[in-house]
Ligand binder design. Structure first.
Ligand code: GDP
Length: 446
């Protein structure tokens, strides 16, 4: 989402490389470049002004740390200021002390509310909650149906007006949904409300009426990060018209400039609490300002990756592989390689995973063009090998290569390439395991 901004900032920092100390002119030039980068990314002007001012002041006055060179010092300051405009600390949901917690969603039509309602329900379920969805968007044809379909997909019940009773009144539906949740012992109710294509008084009034009727613990304003400066305008209008406690950014997977979304927390004073970054119902998580900042600065998003890995990795298998790599427990084989690949795949698409690693910004284009089917092809080749060959790939001579190619429907050159790559990777991994560090891993600039 923030590719252009990332690239521009990386260029700015590159210009500082090798400088022993920063002159006043260096600081001015850097501040100017950061300003342009933010403006081009669509960050709102008042936010840009404040941001650049803070970076400049701190770059001038801060004690120069012995551990950091000037480029790193500036990156550190920019990182901290980015975290600050994104809202600082991660803000978590507040749950009701007694009775069901009520979360109301508000936003324009198409913002992604209905999708988000199901994503949030799934996320809450994973946290051990028993959520229920309330269909109070009675404006958009099909919204109720869409919520019911999504609810079914995530295994969460949907409270909706009886069909055939006319359109129904969203305020009574909302009120009744809370009573139903109390009766059926659901501990969270997510209330999906109607949106319009533009901001209008009637929409605001309806949302306010629902809010007054159900007294939500959290009102979340849902906004499409791809609509540029309009996101800020809409956020302000909803703040005045309905009021809310937190913001949810959707469509962060888009390739628009998206900087406006970065301004919302700063301009409204309300924290971004969740982020939605894809059409799949699992493409959703808490929003962590610090992680987003390091992603923008291409310092990688190791925390997210680690958490996802923790969720999906088979620890025992990983231990075995690690032992093999360190020379204990036998040699790393093609079977291990296959297993590792399957483990990594559970984390998501290769390009998504690689994109979270530090220093990968420079490979963005290759990542975006990465053909996920390549992994299927590798799998097919390995599966066409005999157990003996996988255990001891040195066995794989010319005639075996031809057989494997035929079995997997690939060319002999593909098999050659895979075997060569495997030996290279094994060598590299063994070096790393022996404590040689990551060869060729780009570090922080400076
Ligand atoms: P609502 O009118 O606010 O309820 O919006 P919907 O939930 O119907 O979403 C509008 C469209 O945006 C749908 O086509 C969704 O699939 C899509 N959408 C929602 N969230 C995301 C997201 O995070 N990423 C992408 N790419 N699409 C999304």
């Amino acid at each position: 989402m923030f590719a252009t901004l990332s690239d521009r900032l990386a260029d700015t920092f590159k210009n500082l490389r090798g400088k022993g100390r920063l002159s006043e002119a260096d600081i001015d030039a850097t501040a100017r470049e950061i300003r342009i980068a933010l403006l081009e990314a669509d960050v709102a002007l008042p936010v840009v002004k404040e941001f650049v001012g803070a970076v400049k002041d701190r770059a001038r006055s801060e004690e120069v740390s012995g551990a950091l060179n000037p480029a790193q010092q500036i990156i550190k300051i920019v990182n901290e200021e980015l975290v600050a405009i994104l809202g600082g600390e991660t803000r978590r949901l507040r749950y009701a002390k007694s009775g069901p917690t009520v979360i109301m969603l508000a936003g324009l039509q198409g913002a992604g509310k209905t999708t988000l309602a199901a994503k949030l329900a799934l996320w809450l379920k994973d946290q051990g909650k028993t959520p229920m969805l309330a269909a109070c968007d009675l404006q958009r044809p099909n919204a109720v149906k869409q919520l019911q379909v999504n609810g079914e997909r995530v295994g969460v019940p949907v409270f909706a007006p009886e069909p055939g009773n006319g359109v129904g009144d969203p305020v009574s539906v909302a009120r009744a949904s809370i009573a139903e949740a109390r009766r059926t012992l659901h501990d969270v109710v997510i209330v999906d409300t109607a949106g319009r294509l533009g901001i209008d008084a009637e929409l605001m009034q309806q949302a306010s009426d629902i809010r007054d009727a159900v007294q939500p613990d959290e009102v979340l304003f849902v906004v499409d990060a791809m609509i540029g400066q309009d996101a800020v305008v809409t956020a302000q209008a909803f703040l005045q018209g309905v009021g809310y406690d937190g913001v949810v950014l959707t469509k962060l997977d888009g390739d628009a400039r998206g900087g406006a979304a970065l301004s919302i927390a700063s301009i409204t004073g309300k924290p971004v609490m969740f982020a939605s970054n894809g059409e799949k119902l699992t493409d959703f998580d808490l929003f962590h300002p610090d992680r987003m900042a390091s992603r923008i600065l291409d310092m990688g998003d190791m925390m997210t990756l680690i958490e996802q890995a923790e969720k999906t990795f088979d620890a025992e298998q990983a231990m075995k592989a690690a032992e093999k790599l360190s020379g204990r427990g036998g040699q790393f084989t093609l079977d291990d390689f296959l297993q590792q690949m399957q483990q990594v795949r559970k984390l998501g698409s290769m390009s998504k995973i690689m994109g979270m690693l530090p220093g990968m910004g420079q490979f963005r284009e290759q990542l975006e063009n990465f053909d996920e089917r390549e992994i299927d092809r590798i799998e097919a080749i390995i599966r066409s090998m005999t157990p003996g060959e996988r255990e001891n790939p040195k066995l794989i001579d010319g005639s075996r290569r031809a057989r494997i190619a035929k079995g997997s429907g690939r060319q002999v050159s593909d098999v050659n390439q895979l075997v060569d790559r495997f030996f290279e990777a094994r060598k590299m991994m063994e070096q790393m395991a022996r404590g040689g560090g990551m060869p060729g891993m780009p570090g922080m600039p400076g």
